[in-house]
Design a protein around this ligand. Structure first.
Ligand code: UFG
Length: 329
């Protein structure tokens, strides 16, 4: 019996595949390779190149393999793009997961761990954010993820498909041995951009906004190591397979760092010059996003290992130094 990892060639997906293999699990990756990288999938793992919206491709995977459960990362995830191209997000993120659920129902697969996001909350009412807080997304990316959470709830109700939705805060870092890491094109995330400046691939980093109501005026985020995220998926799946009820969990470190603090830590870790320029606010950025992950700690037995920003950036730096051009060597 294998675990089907949809979007397993992407950033968080490939790190989860690595952890599943380290734990001796059988894994099959399903990925359309639009954002994912073939090189991020180990050679001994079966890679099915396909799109969730292609029901024939899904039928083929489900009928040719014995699938015990799904971990689903396959989605578009750029907040800014989702505002200018909302229908792309409804199509890929919502319709794609709908096709997957239809096929799970037809083929009798009962468990799914779903990649959700802090963007389901929108502007937080209070910090730290707990799972029962108001969900009022401020962009179509968060909206489509929240809509899928609801689709999962009703699918459990009607068909008994058990799900866990994991709401990630800011995923960062790379596998500790440096063989896989973050490689987006275009890159929009803070830490990889800072490290590209440290590497000399970019001239400077623009700090988006210095007048937020935070200590130094820059946005505060909760950075969580990608391997800690990966481990939470495995714990979530085991919990479902042991009879646990469907649930939603936040995943973060519970500590916030401002953009300026992240840059300072990156200067220390890399020993390189990192030139900054203060720029206008980026549309849609909440001032502070920090998770309470107490529920995941208590109910999943999750213990984030990389709970210092230094260690997170060190692991990302190792990947960047060894792979300055990402997977396209
Ligand atoms: N930032 C800069 N300069 C840059 C890039 C980012 O100042 O060049 C700032 C952003 O304005 C933000 C912080 O750095 O304040 C972090 O930005 P990221 O783009 O790295 O991450 P976000 O917090 O915007 O987004 C993350 C996930 C999304 C998720 C969102 C939830 O990447 O998928 O959290 O709000 F939707």
């Amino acid at each position: 019996m294998a675990i089907l990892v949809c979007g397993g060639a992407g950033y968080i997906g490939s790190h989860t595949v690595a952890r599943l293999l380290e734990k001796g699990k059988e894994v099959i990756v399903f990925d359309n390779l639009q954002k994912g990288h073939r090189e991020a999938v180990p050679e001994n793992v079966k890679l099915c190149v396909g799109d969730l919206r292609d029901k024939d491709a899904l039928d083929k995977v489900f009928s040719e393999n014995k699938i015990e459960a799904i971990i689903d990362f396959a989605a578009d995830s750029l907040v800014g793009e989702s505002v200018t191209e909302p229908l792309k997000y409804y199509n890929n993120n919502m319709y794609g997961t709908m096709c997957l659920l239809e096929k799970m129902k037809e083929h009798g697969v009962k468990y799914i761990v779903f990649s959700s996001t802090a963007a389901t909350y929108g502007e937080p009412e209070s910090i730290p954010i707990v799972e029962t807080d108001r969900t009022m997304p401020t962009n179509p990316y968060g909206e489509t993820k929240l809509s899928v959470e609801k689709m999962l709830k009703w699918s459990d109700n009607a068909y008994g498909i058990k799900y866990t939705a994991l709401r990630y805060f800011n995923a960062a870092g790379a596998h500790i041995d440096g063989h896989i890491g973050e490689d987006h094109s275009p890159e929009s995330h803070l830490i990889p951009i800072i490290l590209e400046v440290a590497l000399g691939k970019r001239e400077k980093i623009f700090i988006f906004g210095n007048d937020y109501p935070t200590e130094d005026g820059t946005c505060v985020r909760d950075y969580i190591h990608v391997t800690d995220l990966a481990d939470a998926h495995i714990l979530a799946l085991e919990r479902l397979q042991n009879g646990g009820e469907s649930a939603v969990f936040n995943l973060g470190n519970g500590k916030g760092f401002s953009v300026k603090e992240v840059i300072e830590v990156a200067r220390k870790v890399t020993g390189r010059t990192i030139t900054v320029e203060e720029a206008e606010r980026r549309a849609g950025d909440p001032a502070v996003l920090i998770a309470s992950s107490e529920k995941a700690v208590k109910e999943l037995g999750w213990k984030p290992e990389y709970n210092s920003l230094e260690r997170i950036i060190e692991s990302a730096w190792k990947w960047h130094v060894n792979n300055p051009d990402g997977f396209d060597k």
